[in-house]
Design a protein around this ligand. Structure first.
Ligand SMILES: [Zn+2]
Length: 148
């Protein structure tokens, strides 16, 4: 018997925490309490003071687009098919996240646009009799209207 409701799994559990729904996802980072530096992806040591005592934090799901480019050739380990866009999003925690951009076009997207965290479906599979949907993180323009 295969359950019909899909389970959501993160492609990179140390980077993306997947909640009960696709809307309840967060990026995981860590922060040095001494230097107030934030690291994404997480590090074992602070790059400034070398302290291993970093605290885990969840990043804000909204940020500002700093750069973008289009990808036309598939990198070896890419989880999505080109063409697609990638960009850098600066989050309020003063950390820049490099991410897939989705639900947008390069003509309409402007540097400085407000972006929000979303997820893309990488693949679906059956694990131990359960349908599993594997998700990766991406950002989309905050202006995108979604059905909820
Ligand atoms: Zn530090």
């Amino acid at each position: 018997m295969v359950e019909s409701k899909p389970h959501l799994l993160s492609l990179e559990p140390t980077v993306l925490e997947v909640g009960v729904s696709e809307e309840k996802c967060s990026l995981l980072a860590n922060r040095c309490p001494r230097c107030d530096l934030v690291f994404f992806p997480r590090r074992h040591f602070c790059t400034r003071c070398c302290s291993p005592e970093l605290e885990e934090i969840r990043l804000s799901g909204k940020g500002c687009l700093k750069s973008l480019t289009s990808v036309y050739e598939k990198p070896k380990y890419a989880a999505v098919e080109p063409p697609y866009m990638v960009g850098e999003i600066e989050l309020p925690q003063r950390v820049v996240v490099y991410a897939l951009l989705t639900q947008c076009s390069s003509e309409k997207l402007k540097i400085g646009a407000e972006m929000e965290l979303t997820t893309v479906k990488v693949r679906e599979e059956v694990q131990e009799g359960k349908h599993v949907t594997v998700l990766a993180y991406a950002f989309r323009p905050s202006s995108v209207q979604t059905k909820r």
